[in-house]
Design a protein around this ligand. Structure first.
Ligand code: PMP
Length: 427
């Protein structure tokens, strides 16, 4: 037995499923998850001392690669001053100024400790601001595990076939309408009937929790127009896309400005951080300025701010996102070429430094249905063959992949060599 297998078996005695977040359990792809003891640059190293090119990147935050020396130094420097004060710090203002200068829609921002908290709080704010209860989300999009949002959700909820979870009262779910992603007509019809009851539309501007589905031209623009027309708050959930698809997120990349945005992952540079923000008029409804309550003991935690702020500064250098996008494009072209050579039906999608891999004969992947029609069994075999070849992909056919700025020629070669062998064995 490998050390990971032994550790996994022990973990299951006192941790449900052996993991502290479901999709880590390899339940979909099968086998024991890798237990990671170290990560550096583009690689994770497991407890059996095997090294893998990492395309999970802690599910998105590690855009600089693991253990960037400047980020680690910033955290070490902060350590000498204390771990948490529960009082304001200068760094929080610096962080707010930087986020508002980078992201087009942001006048004000509040820090929280996870993406779930960010989306949950943004929705409460939209409801408080509009005085309306119902929200619209899209099938296959995941916005964290708060009650209103676990309805036809993506990510682990999709991987495990639990479209809505027990424990969510029907009365809560009643206030969540779920529409098909990339279908602007469905939104138009719903708002024509029920527009005055809708507080907000929350959307992943690139859907990253049903693999990776970019918006079709006109979808985000249409949402913007319809929300303005009906007085509905438009929320872009940029937990995954923020600071990754472009420095200013998907809203900068696609040129569509939401009313509120939510962030997580990169904004904390690997520490537990989320953020939500947007239009001043809406953000001023938040406590203590306004009546909508939201709070957090560890919000704006100094260690987390040190890691996040340093990360955001480093990725702000000119050319960063062009390089990240270029590596990702070459990776996908290389994979496509090798799949084609092996006559394996294969499609890829990309938005900047995030990507999707599909075992599918479709011309394009644009809808939840397109994703569901893919060959999951083949993906699962591919996943394990890639792992054998030293490449760590997300352990589910429904999760997006992530690149980092330190993925380079050596990592490309390892990945494509492994893929060539894997495709040959899949035939
Ligand atoms: N929104 C999106 C788009 C996400 O991808 C995720 C998590 N992957 C979340 C919200 C929830 O973030 P967290 O896991 O930090 O609570």
């Amino acid at each position: 037995m490998s050390r990971s297998e032994i550790l996994f078996s022990n973990a299951q005695k006192h941790i449900p499923g052996g993991v502290n977040s479901p999709v880590r359990a390899f339940k979909s792809v099968g086998g024991a998850p890798l237990f990671i003891k170290h990560a550096k640059g583009a690689y994770v190293i497991d407890e059996d001392d095997k090294r893998y090119v990492d395309y999970v990147g802690s599910w998105g935050p590690m855009i600089l690669g693991h253990g960037h020396p400047d980020v680690l130094d910033a955290v070490r420097r902060q350590l000498d001053h204390g771990l948490s004060f529960g009082a304001p710090t200068a760094m929080e203002t610096e962080m707010a100024e930087l986020v508002c200068s980078i992201v087009p829609s942001m006048d004000m921002v509040r820090m929280v400790s996870s993406g779930t908290e960010a989306t949950m709080s943004a929705i409460r704010l939209a409801r408080g601001y509009t005085g309306r209860d119902t929200i619209i989300k899209f099938e296959g999009c995941y916005h964290g595990h708060s009650d209103s949002l676990l309805v036809k959700a993506g990510s682990g909820a999709l991987t495990f076939g639990v479209p809505s979870s027990p424990g969510v009262p029907a009365a809560f779910a009643q206030h969540t309408l779920t529409l098909p992603y990339n279908d602007i007509e469905a939104v138009r019809e719903t708002l024509a009937k029920a527009g005055k009851d809708i507080a907000c539309i929350i959307v992943e501007p690139v859907a990253g929790n049903m693999n990776c589905v970019p918006p079709v031209p006109g979808f985000l623009e249409g949402l913007r127009e319809l929300c303005t027309e009906h007085g509905v708050v438009l929320i872009f959930d940029e937990v995954m896309t923020g600071f990754r698809v472009a420095l200013g997120g998907a809203q900068a990349h696609y040129g569509v400005t939401p009313d509120l945005s939510t962030f997580g992952k990169i904004v904390g540079g690997g520490m537990p951080v989320g953020a939500f923000g947007g239009k001043r008029e809406i953000m001023e409804c938040i406590s203590p300025l306004g009546p909508v309550y939201q709070a957090g003991t560890l919000s704006g935690n100094p260690l987390a701010m040190a890691a996040g702020l340093t990360t955001l500064k480093l990725i702000s250098r000119p050319g960063f996102h062009a390089e990240l996008t270029d590596y990702t494009s070459r990776l996908l072209q290389g994979l496509q070429d090798r799949a084609d050579a092996a006559t394996i039906p294969f499609v890829t999608t990309q938005a900047g430094g995030m990507f999707g891999l599909y075992f599918s004969g479709a011309d394009a992947i644009q809808t939840f249905g397109d994703v569901m029609a893919c060959d999951v069994e083949r993906f699962n075999r591919f996943f394990h063959l890639m792992l054998d070849g030293g490449v760590y992909l997300a352990p589910s056919a429904y999760e997006a992949g992530f690149t980092s700025i330190v993925h380079g020629e050596a990592e490309l070669k390892i990945t494509l060599d492994a893929a060539e062998k894997a495709f040959a064995q899949l035939k």
